[in-house]
Design a protein around this ligand. Structure first.
Ligand SMILES: [Zn+2]
Length: 78
């Protein structure tokens, strides 16, 4: 499991998801950002999925969560 975290570009609200892969994290983060935008920033025009994906990629940081002794996952590298 890795932890992915980013801040809302509008209000710096921290958003975190945990996932086994970048793909899974992106799916979860997209859902979280969309919900946040729809509820907190309803007045801000919704980005397209592509723009939002790019925004997340630029903004998030990844860190290992849980057991620090765990071996790095094979194929987890970019
Ligand atoms: Zn926000």
């Amino acid at each position: 499991m890795s932890k992915y975290s980013m801040k809302c570009p509008v209000c710096s609200h921290p958003m975190e998801v945990e996932a086994m892969s970048d793909d899974e994290a992106m799916t979860k983060m997209m859902a979280m950002v969309k919900e946040h935008m729809a509820t907190v920033h309803a007045d801000v025009p919704m980005k397209t999925d592509e723009e939002m994906m790019q925004m997340i990629k630029d903004g998030w940081s990844k860190s290992e969560s849980g057991d620090a002794m765990a071996a790095p996952e094979a194929g987890a590298a970019m």
